[in-house]
Design a protein around this ligand. Structure first.
Ligand code: MN
Length: 709
């Protein structure tokens, strides 16, 4: 394909930047590798040595030292040929042996699955990388050549390797600041992962290339002239963005290629930071900048230490043009990243600057060294390197870009609000996953819906897209309202009945005017207010029948209890009338059930309350209730304690309870003829755990016979 590869060519390349390199080792490595691989062919039929040689060329392009290039030549010998690590060590020394070892897959280990084997190999490589950066750079050169020659592999392998490259290698190249490598890996992966889209984009870009190149030339000339006028120097060059970059732009902005305006990038390389800002000023005085598109990565470098000024302006004839302005030094860093710190005379040891690039990798390796599961490790690495978005597919093969951390629920809402509301499950590549599963690149997401289903408040804990969040909240609000309307009507109907009034009043003009005197504008608002317990049925009735005042005592009491126990919610409804069952005294932490008891709001019982069956009467309605997390709330509960009848026991008991900071609101004790004491306590406890701890302590007291709730 590209240039014809040979040892002589390689040596020439290396001597162009390092005339005193260790050419002897290089030559020996070449011959050793050619010998070792002599019986092997690459998939397309050429001698295998072409692969390590191509890897060596890439390393020479990166101006690596001879030792690294020699390791590149040898990188497949142990794995694919009949060479041992000992051979390498004996012939080439410890350093090269270490690097080659890091690059050799654990081929002979039996793994459960292919996925695990891949993950384990990856972990091994990362561990070696963290120790010697050359392992990583050679691995990248190897991967790049494999990607460049991917057309010779069967399709399933192409897909797997391309996905892995896009998911792991390209992001790591980005983290290492090696811009050209990231770009090429992305475009190659894109080509194999989405061939149709890729071909399409290539054609479209080509169809506009001539026009755009003319345009670029025009802008370059204009800028160049202006710089000369202002006495500034700068190398101005232009380019059309890389395919995957354009594709991401299309996805992000949900536009077609015809609508993409800023595919043209102009780069200006100048002498100093001050010149960068001066040139920025010139660009902004020539053309109008687009708000929000100016980025000062000189002042605030990216995490991979990338520095540059970015701005997008509306250039000649209204075409958007992105400018990148940077110094020579910054440019070198942007293209070569960690490799730019490479000094071919240094050993593999990582200097201070390089270590910034891989501190995340070090941390990761440190933290994960003891994680036995290599697949988990790989996931952690992916979490660390993936870009901020994931690309997933609909079952029809349509690509969707989702923010990182998105779940099937986010995905469902991105398709349609109703699909989100009715989502009950999800399948990724045919397998059922939890709704809070985090989507990954390449996942095909199938949403399972059920028409009777609605969103849950819990979803708010894991969805990440603003759209999903907003839709879920909207639904919950509407549902709360609907339930309150229902409850409000029932409460009013019931009280009307008690006072011999007709339900027809509920639709009358009279009640509407009563609503207005109570400060609500519509009947629906009135029902909501009654359902929420903000207005009592009595208030309504008293205003409907002035002069026949009825007692509000009962309702007032319920209101008070709402204030005391703001700890319960009824399946998403906050602020509801409720009181706790005086038979079982539920506390936070208990499993609960509630009844809508007409006229009294909701009564809460423990699920294991012995009275429950008796209470399941006709006009009571079962509702799901839950405790809301709140540390401020206490609940009254009852304890029965049976003790031996001995002086001091009661005092000890109340001392123990007070010592735990628990209030005793009621205490009753009685003695029986068989010398026993029965003590009934009403206590204010925080939750079930506190209650349990207390019961445990009491049970260990001297003289205690039995204790129960
Ligand atoms: Mn290889």
């Amino acid at each position: 394909m590209r240039e014809k590869l040979s040892l002589a060519g390689l040596i020439e390349k290396v001597s162009s930047y390092s005339h005193d390199a260790d050419f002897d080792t290089l030559k020996r490595a070449y011959h050793f590798s050619r010998e070792a691989h002599c019986s092997q062919k690459r998939k397309e039929g050429s001698p295998y040595i072409n692969h390590p040689l191509a890897v060596a060329y890439i390393l020479a392009d990166m101006k690596m030292d001879a030792l690294s290039i020699a390791s590149g030549l040898l990188h497949d010998t142990v794995e694919d040929a009949e060479v041992t690590m000992d051979d390498i060590k004996a012939i080439f020394g410890r350093e090269i042996a270490f690097i080659v070892k890091g690059l050799t897959k654990l081929a002979r280990v039996e793994f459960m699955t292919k996925q695990e084997a891949q993950a384990e190999n990856f972990r091994k490589m990362l561990l070696a990388m963290a120790e010697d950066i050359r392992v990583m750079l050679i691995k990248f050169a190897d991967r790049l050549h494999n990607m460049r020659t991917l057309q010779f592999l069967p399709e399933n392998k192409q897909q797997r390797i391309a996905a892995e490259t896009l998911e792991i290698y390209a992001p790591i190249a980005n983290r290492l600041g090696i811009g050209w490598l990231k770009t090429e890996l992305e475009d190659l992966s894109f080509k194999y992962l989405m061939p149709q889209l890729y071909e399409d984009l290539v054609k479209k870009v080509a169809s506009r290339r001539e026009e755009q190149e003319g345009y670029i030339k025009e802008v370059i000339e204009l800028v160049g002239q202006k710089l000369r006028e202002e006495g500034l120097t700068g190398k101005v060059s232009g380019r059309i963005k890389h395919f995957y970059g354009i594709y991401q732009k299309l996805q992000k902005q949900r536009i077609t290629f015809e609508e993409v305006h800023d595919v043209i990038g102009i780069r200006i390389i100048t002498g100093s930071n001050a010149d960068c800002y001066a040139i920025l000023g010139i660009i902004h005085s020539l053309w109008t900048p687009i708000p929000g598109r100016f980025k000062d990565y000189i002042g605030v470098p990216k995490s991979n230490m990338y520095q540059s000024l970015h701005t997008t302006v509306i250039g000649p004839r209204g075409v958007r043009v992105e400018f990148q302005i940077r110094t020579e030094e910054m440019h070198k860093l942007a293209e070569q990243g960690i490799a730019s710190h490479w000094k071919y005379k240094e050993k593999g040891a990582i200097d201070e600057k390089s270590s910034k690039y891989i501190s995340w990798l070090r941390d990761l390796v440190q933290g994960q060294r003891d994680v036995p599961d290599a697949v988990d490790f790989l996931e952690a690495v992916k979490g660390e390197v993936v870009p901020e978005v994931v690309y997933v597919f609909t079952p029809k093969g349509e690509v969707k870009e989702m923010p990182l951390g998105s779940t099937p629920v986010d995905f469902a809402y991105s398709i349609h609000t109703q699909i989100g509301h009715r989502c009950v499950g999800a399948r990724i590549s045919g397998k059922i996953v939890p709704l809070k599963y985090k989507l990954r690149n390449g996942d095909t997401v199938e949403i399972v819906t059920s028409p009777a289903h609605g969103p849950s408040r819990d979803w708010l804990k894991f969805v990440v897209t603003p759209r999903a969040k907003a839709r879920i909240k909207q639904w919950i609000k509407a549902e709360e309202r609907e339930r309150s309307v229902e409850l409000g009507i029932k409460l009013l109907e019931n009280d009307f009945r008690k006072h011999g009034m007709s339900n027809a009043l509920l639709k009358s003009g009279e009640i509407l005017s009563v609503a207005k005197t109570l400060g609500v504008g519509t009947l629906e608002e009135l029902f909501v207010a009654v359902g929420f317990g903000k207005i009592t049925p009595h208030q309504v009735i008293n205003r409907l029948r002035p002069g026949k005042e009825i007692s509000e005592e009962e309702t007032v009491r319920i209101h008070k209890s709402v204030k005391e126990h703001k700890g319960v919610s009824i399946k998403g409804i906050d602020d509801i009338l409720y009181h706790t069952g005086k038979c079982c005294f539920p506390v936070p932490g208990d499993d609960l059930v509630g009844f809508v008891t007409i006229g009294k709001g909701v009564t809460i019982h423990r699920k294991d309350c012995p009275n429950l069956e008796k209470l399941a009467i006709e006009d009571a309605r079962l509702v799901d209730v839950e405790w809301q997390a709140s540390s401020e709330v206490t609940a009254g509960t009852r304890l029965y304690v049976e003790t031996v009848d001995k002086p001091g026991i009661l005092a000890n008991l109340s001392a123990l309870i007070s010592a735990l900071n628990i209030n005793i609101s009621h205490l009753e004790a009685s003695s029986t003829q068989d010398k026993k004491s029965h003590i009934t306590l009403i206590l204010e406890v925080r939750d079930r755990n506190q209650l349990r701890a207390l019961m445990h302590k009491i049970s260990q007291m001297e003289g205690i016979l039995r204790i129960r709730r």
